[in-house]
Design a protein around this ligand. Structure first.
Ligand SMILES: [Zn+2]
Length: 211
């Protein structure tokens, strides 16, 4: 907490956890003051879906929009953090309890947040959005969905189906949030992905402010 803002992004570092078939994270200071260079300059190599990041529709939808076309209001404004009890996946029955409204921005705090996942190995059993819940969110006309692990869809199931249902419906997706310090409730969200042309994914800084 800093002046009422909570940083819900993870710190990027070499060798950190990433989706199994995505590129590894490598960050190296290629120019270094200590080694006699005039400045410190780092080189960064990683997949576009690393750490806290967003998915653009084109990630799973042929001809879909890139993240550079995202309306800024998708990720700036009121958002609700909802605590999910189900240890396996987010399902429509549990969502029903929360009275979600059209146009809402919703961030799901699951049991993923109880682990310090950014500093651990890849967890194949993370809590994900089931394809049924993804269709439920799409039908409701939810604007933005955020999750506390590297993917909205599961590792063993619902990876494609969940992404397709959300992205085809025009829902903007934030992944890799760290919600461990956040209580459920209403917040002001600011999350902006780096602007990359036609981007299927882009790293983002996300913060939540008290209201
Ligand atoms: Zn994704």
């Amino acid at each position: 907490m800093e002046n009422g803002w909570i940083d819900v992004s993870v710190s990027l570092h070499s060798g950190m956890v990433h989706w199994p078939d995505n590129p590894p994270v490598w960050i190296e200071r290629t120019l270094s003051i200590e080694r006699g260079d005039a400045a410190n300059v780092s080189e960064i190599s990683m997949g576009a879906h690393t750490g806290t990041h967003m998915d653009g529709p084109i990630h799973f939808v042929r001809g879909g929009k890139g993240l550079d076309e995202m309306p800024l209001t998708a990720t700036i404004g009121r958002a609700r953090v909802i605590e999910i009890q189900d240890p396996e996946s987010i399902k429509p029955d549990e969502l029903d309890l929360h009275g979600l409204q059209r146009g809402e921005r919703v961030l799901f705090k699951t049991q993923n947040s109880a682990h310090h996942w950014p500093s651990e190995d890849f967890d194949e059993d993370f809590v994900y959005v089931s394809q049924e819940a993804a269709r439920y969110l799409a039908e409701l006309g939810i604007q933005t969905v955020g999750v506390d692990y590297l993917s909205v869809g599961g590792f063993r199931k619902d990876a494609e189906e969940t992404h397709q249902a959300l992205l085809e419906a025009g829902i903007w997706v934030i992944e890799g949030l760290d919600l461990s310090e956040v209580e459920p409730g209403e917040y002001e969200l600011i999350c902006l992905p780096v602007k990359i042309e036609r981007s299927d994914g882009a790293p983002a800084r996300a913060i939540l402010g008290a209201i």
